[in-house]
Design a protein. Structure first.
Length: 159
């Protein structure tokens, strides 16, 4: 079964997510903050990561950026109770920020067990179906640009 790394500073939430995922047959590892999560990600190379956005030491946004260097292409599910739809008028949408930084999916807390499990499965399917963008970008040196100034492509680009 796939291994899921859960990174959340709230012990009750972390344990609850772990319990739900174990009941669904996943192998689960738990980390209490971003730094501990990065250490476990290096050791385990998990199949997916669930990460809270607001944590001490290293927040979820920083964790997402670092995870992409450690485990390129891994499905990341960002979770947060801040910036939830009912509170958007007074706070930024941190989960949208997480998606822009590379999270595969996002969930607002509170969420149901079914929402969590289906989101993890969907993120894993989505990531398996497409190669990681970061890896592709690393294969193309910065000094080269695909199609850059190719005379044969100019008419197609202009139209």
């Amino acid at each position: 079964m796939p291994t899921i790394l859960v990174i959340d500073d709230e012990p009750g939430v972390r344990r609850a997510i772990g319990t739900i995922l174990r009941m669904e047959g996943f192998n689960v590892s738990l980390a209490e903050d971003g730094r501990a999560g990065l250490n476990l990600a290096r050791q385990l190379n998990p199949d997916a990561i669930v990460v809270d956005i607001f944590m001490p030491e290293m927040d979820g946004l920083g964790t997402i950026r670092h995870v992409q260097d450690i485990c390129p292409g891994i499905p990341i599910i960002a979770v947060s109770g801040h910036g939830a739809p009912q509170k958007r008028d007074c706070s930024p949408d941190f989960l949208s920020m997480a998606i822009r930084l590379g999270a595969t999916r996002a969930l607002y807390k509170p969420f149901s067990a079914d929402e969590l499990v289906s989101t993890i499965h969907a993120a894993m399917r989505e990531t398996a179906a497409s190669p990681p963008v970061k890896r592709i970008a690393q294969d193309c040196p910065d000094e080269e640009s695909i199609g850059e100034d190719e005379p044969a492509l100019r008419p197609a680009i202009k139209s």
